[in-house]
Design a protein around this ligand. Structure first.
Ligand SMILES: [Zn+2]
Length: 162
């Protein structure tokens, strides 16, 4: 399948602390922050993870720069975001044939603060001891851009029926 490379996590964390919010830049379609968009509406965006430990990893985020996953949302706004998380998760699960989907929200207030959910499919052949939490690692798949673009298109299509 795809070869892997070791992500320089220290460099990535430093960029998260010192550079502008990458999600806001993706929402704004900044040319320095290209992304494979999977879903977008007036309040939410979903795009493929740029550094995926497994095929199909996707992020779901509010378009607005919110930092508190509950505190910055009214309940209905939060539940609406979760509806999109559900739909994206199910489209990913179906498309990549995941054994399981992990959902989590990371981020740090000092960097990568913009609320985002990881939709993290676990492949069928992932050894038991390499699943949670070890699947969240910096051993990243080198997926060609054309493959990511194709995956994003297929996920967009599935999302229309969910
Ligand atoms: Zn932001």
């Amino acid at each position: 399948m795809y070869e892997r490379y070791q992500l320089d996590i220290d460099e990535l964390l430093e960029r998260g602390r010192t550079e502008p919010c990458f999600i806001c830049h993706i929402v704004a379609r900044h040319p320095d922050y290209p992304a494979h968009i999977v879903y977008e509406d007036a309040t939410t965006v979903a795009f493929l993870d740029k550094y995926p430990p497994e095929y199909g990893w996707t992020l779901v985020a509010p378009r607005e720069h919110c930092e508190q996953i509950t505190g910055d949302f009214a309940l209905d706004e939060h539940l609406e975001l979760q509806r999109i998380v559900y739909r994206v998760s199910e489209s990913v699960r179906q498309e990549v044939g995941a054994e399981r989907i992990y959902l989590c929200s990371f981020g740090r207030n000092q960097g990568n603060a913009h609320v985002h959910w990881y939709v993290a499919p676990v492949p069928q052949d992932k050894p038991f001891l390499e699943q949670e939490p070890g699947i969240f690692n910096s051993n990243i798949l080198r997926i060609p851009e054309e493959d990511q673009a194709s995956l994003a298109t297929r996920l967009q299509s599935r999302l229309q029926d969910l």
